[in-house]
Design a protein around this ligand. Structure first.
Ligand code: TNX
Length: 502
């Protein structure tokens, strides 16, 4: 009989290509809970977007969604939940944690309820991951129905960009910020100064950028951000719920400043600019008053431009500074950072000084330093070089990058736990997770993207999702589904053979 064939025809004509099981959707980072109801919400450019009246700040977040969906509908404020469309609101009961959200999707309405505005923004990022990598204008899309309840494990989830070894433009930094936001990272640590370059305008010490900003590794022209440009980066980050942590590295890694101002040197002579990739040869004179006048000005100006709670004073690899001088210096600079209302972060070596209240040591290599910091009451920002350094090669054939901390394949980058990186660490002592990208060998965005993808989404998940909900074999399948998204975004990523790319 013809019946089965007719039935098949009708069935296939009516069934959307996209699956309608929300639990089968690949999300990164993996949400805390997902349940499916097996139906479909149909979405197109005319789907209404609504925000809760009074929650005015949601307006810009709703605009972000409208833009991502290519929506032609105006965002509308309403006093009650609408019967259809997409509705953003804030939880008034205090049950949804900071940065968390609850999303319910039925066939008529998608309701994203945030613990705060960031929680709504992250709900939107989750929603966008239910949609195809690229959306054609006017295309009808299907969102599988169900419910998602989500919140991050750690409050600091970030990446670091070294703009000192090679300079990256404001546009480049904004694109990097977009990447972080997509995976719900909330912090961008900017390594603004090093031996090879000073990248932030300091009005009271203008030669820092005139001289110190004039080159980079390999002898290129370098560059710097004017204060206006830096403010633009800070504002763009904030619109994406990302806080900038500025780093001015000292007392070592300071050749660019030492070349700009003779008086900062022990012998009173300016050094030559440096374009190589050695470390550990430069130091401020830690016993001169002018050094601290200089640092006071720098910390004041940078802090005024940076609304976030932290100032990163570096403190790593000061091999040209005597131990006692180093301790004396770090103690004084911590006081200056506090004077300007900021909390201290420093690389794990700063634990050798007195660690001030609310400080964090950034674990990168030395477990003993980190444990010392913990004993002194610091929190730990977790960035183990052997796991989390995005400038490490994937394997020995990777052309870009370094390998002093080993090679970091995508599984090795993912398969570790932040609260076990040093002995006796508790989850409460972990401030969060950060993946640094040092740029000795990274000269432009294409190279940056190759080193960052596909490792970055994994670092985001390590900071967001509970250890017990994560395992590599399940993660790699989800990651494989993101290859098309990377492509649609023009990202030239490393196609690791360990990942089943779709
Ligand atoms: C060590 S990590 C450094 C940086 C280099 C990096 C290269 C750290 C605190 N210091 O100066 O850029 O290795 O991987």
């Amino acid at each position: 009989s013809m019946l089965p064939i007719a039935f098949l025809f009708v069935f296939s004509a009516c069934t959307p290509k996209v699956q309608t099981d929300l639990t089968k959707t690949a999300f990164i980072p993996k949400p805390a809970s997902v349940t499916a109801t097996g139906d479909a919400f149909e979405l197109d450019g005319s789907t209404g977007i609504f925000i809760q009246e009074g929650a005015d700040h949601l307006e810009s977040t709703a605009q972000f969604l409208a833009k991502a969906l290519g929506s032609s509908a105006a965002v509308e404020a309403v006093t009650d939940a609408p019967s259809k469309g997409i509705y953003l609101s804030l939880d008034a009961t205090g049950q949804i944690p900071a940065e968390g959200n609850k999303m319910t999707i039925d066939s008529k309405l998608i309701h994203i309820e945030g613990g705060d505005e960031a929680g709504c923004f992250y709900g939107i990022q989750t929603l966008l991951q239910t949609l195809p990598a690229s959306i054609a204008e006017g295309e009808k899309l299907i969102v599988p129905t169900g419910a998602i309840s989500d919140a991050p494990v750690y409050g600091y989830r970030g990446a670091m960009l070294d703009v000192a070894r090679h300079f990256f433009s404001v546009e480049d930094v904004k694109r990097f910020i977009d990447f972080l936001a997509e995976y719900k990272m909330n912090t961008l640590h900017m390594h603004l100064t090093d031996d090879q370059g000073w990248r932030i305008e300091i009005k009271s010490w203008p030669k820092l950028t005139e001289i110190g900003g004039s080159t980079e590794v390999g002898g290129g022209e370098g560059g710097f951000y004017t204060q206006e440009q830096y403010k633009d980066i800070v504002a763009y980050a904030a619109a994406n719920f990302i806080t900038i942590v500025p780093e001015v590295d000292m007392p070592g890694h300071t050749n660019a400043a030492l070349a700009s101002y003779a008086e900062l040197n022990a012998n009173g002579k300016a050094t030559d600019l440096y374009t190589g990739i050695e470390v550990g040869f430069s130091s401020f004179d830690t016993r001169k008053d002018v050094t601290y006048q200089f640092i006071d000005d720098v910390v004041r100006e940078v802090s005024e431009l940076s609304p976030g709670p932290y100032f990163h004073l570096g403190g790593d690899e000061s091999h040209a500074t005597k131990h006692d001088d180093y301790v004396y210096f770090v103690n004084k600079v911590q006081g200056i950072v506090q004077k300007y209302g900021k909390q201290v972060i420093g690389w794990d070596e700063i634990a050798n000084a007195d660690v001030v209240e609310n400080a964090a040591v950034q674990f990168w290599a030395d477990a003993e330093n980190t444990s010392l910091g913990l004993e002194k009451g610091a929190k730990v920002l977790v960035s183990p070089a052997s796991r989390a350094y995005m400038d490490m090669k994937y394997d020995t054939t990777t052309v870009l990058g370094l390998k002093w901390a080993g090679t970091i394949e995508v599984d090795h980058a993912y398969d570790w736990q932040p609260d076990t990186v040093v002995a006796k660490l508790t989850k409460e002592q972990v401030l969060g997770v950060e993946a640094p990208l040092w740029s000795e060998t990274i000269t432009n965005m294409d190279e940056l993207e190759y080193m960052v993808f596909p490792r970055l989404p994994g670092y985001a998940e390590i900071g967001w999702t509970k250890n017990e909900d994560r395992n590599w074999d399940e993660y790699k399948v989800r990651l494989g589904k993101f290859g098309k998204r990377f492509e649609a975004q023009g990202i030239d990523f490393y196609r690791s053979a360990l990942v089943p790319w779709e």
